[in-house]
Design a protein around this ligand. Sequence first.
Ligand SMILES: Cc1cc2nc3c(=O)[nH]c(=O)nc-3n(C[C@H](O)[C@H](O)[C@H](O)COP(=O)(O)OP(=O)(O)OC[C@H]3O[C@@H](n4cnc5c(N)ncnc54)[C@H](O)[C@@H]3O)c2cc1C
Length: 550
Amino acid sequence: MTAQQRFETHDIFNQSPPYEDVDLFTSDRALRDAVQANGAAAELAPLSEFGRRWGSAAMFDAARLANEHTPKLKTFDAHVFRRDTIEFHPAYHGFMAESMKAGLHASTWNADGSRAGAPAEVARAARYFMVAQVENGHMCPITMTRACVGALAAEPAVLQKMIGKITARTYDRSFRPWWEKDAITLGMGMTEKQGGTDVRANTTTAIAAGEGYAVTGHKWFMSAPMCDAFLVLAQAPGGLTCFLMPRFRPDGSVNTLRFQRLKDKLGNRSNASSEVEFIEAFAWRVGAEGAGVRTIIEMVQLTRVDCIISSAGMMRMALAQALHHARHRTVFQKLLADQPMMRTLLADMALEAEGATALTMRLCRSLDLAASNAKEAARARLLTPAVKYWICKTAPGFIYEAMECLGGNGYVEETPLARLYREAPVNAIWEGSGNVMCLDVLRALSRDGEAARGVLTDLVRQCGDLPGAEDAASFIEKALASPEGEAKARAAVERLALLAAAAALTESAPNVAEVFARTRLSVARGGTFGTSDLSVPEVTNVSERALPAT
Ligand SMILES: Cc1cc2nc3c(=O)[nH]c(=O)nc-3n(C[C@H](O)[C@H](O)[C@H](O)COP(=O)(O)OP(=O)(O)OC[C@H]3O[C@@H](n4cnc5c(N)ncnc54)[C@H](O)[C@@H]3O)c2cc1C
């Protein structure tokens, strides 16, 4: 008995060891299989190296520090000049440097701003999935920086000026004009007090001035305010327009973005989210006047994909924590992992995480292929909102259930579960909340019904004779085509995501696809995890896949 294990009144035993110093890639069979099935088999070795780095005890501890020591707004400098800068804990900067070195902010783009070829999306998604298991807050500017290129493509001259600094693999935290820096990050401001979903209600105005526009108004949520520039929406004479607003004006003076305060958030605490006023702030127009929504939506589609990856990654970490604990904790003379009810619960959760992982990577494969394959482009268009709806909504309840598997220890801050639980809801809320995602599926159907129906047909074909697949497809078609389509959209969109998950599993984990379809498509499981009808061999198979024995 070591001194550490002995307290004055008792010996300590039956506590699970910390889940750290693990290879987040190699230990995750579902992720490995999905990466291979979706064209990124050549990345296995570097992904394993990445998984070991991010699964280290040092990374978990840095994540704790970055979230305990939250960012602070520094409105003025020591000489009372207006600065509007944000101060972060060094751990946050460490994460930014790690993620940018790995190219998470840019690896899907070529140096000229064109899309990198397959499997760039899948390879990046696998890395993002692992990072999300450790620290999510810093991924906000990483996500927005990678996504902004989609919108900046509408203004090639601006894109060409900046793309070299956007794709650089270094992190430059200094508060200097963007043109003096080697590497920059970008954010986005759409939401105003009177409307976040309904951005056409924006009251911020823009009038032509000099080489750009003068923008006056506010944003009610603008995350990552220390970025070097922001894509913002404002009303120009020709209608709602997209602009790029740098932190410094072209003459080198600090631009007039006045941060009012930082949000006091439930989770996502390592990341700063601001309320901001623009006082004739300088900005370049991106895209035509009046084309603001059409322009910025190119960015938003990509940020939605990152919400999906992040939530799927958090589900994975929650599952791994629960499995690990259950394999070390004894209750009533038996390991928790051997108690029949806990076994079914963990297997049911592992099935859900398998589906989420396979579906996420398959969606990224569609993004990889979209430029040259119309069917994959239609698949990405229809499924991105459906998958965001299902995975981002599933994650909070899933993480809560994992937390309960750890009992009281899951509820306290020493394990990452409390932080994951606080983090999870934001992925459903931002970048298009749940109902808005369902409306977007309906929009995809109304814009190009033939392409959307083609996606559905392909999913059913891929599912083959999986139980419930055909019934699910006809339910989806009927519900979305009915006159009350909007009122019924949630049920249909959830089914669509489940059908797509079953189809994705046929490619990456065929021996899991049948049980997933039977318990999710054919017979809906109960409202909580652990209610699926699983046989003992199914429980064993799914659980063994989920985490190797230690
Ligand atoms: C931590 C955090 C950071 C953020 N960072 C940014 C940022 O960097 N930039 C930025 O622009 N925004 C940001 N946001 C704002 C976020 O994108 C918005 O909160 C979100 O888009 C919802 O807008 P809203 O808050 O105005 O809610 P509303 O638009 O009022 O929506 C409220 C609810 O109504 C539902 N709803 C809306 N329309 C319909 C409809 N037609 N039918 C049925 N239901 C509907 C929505 O799904 C939602 O559930 C951030 C938010 C958070 C929480």
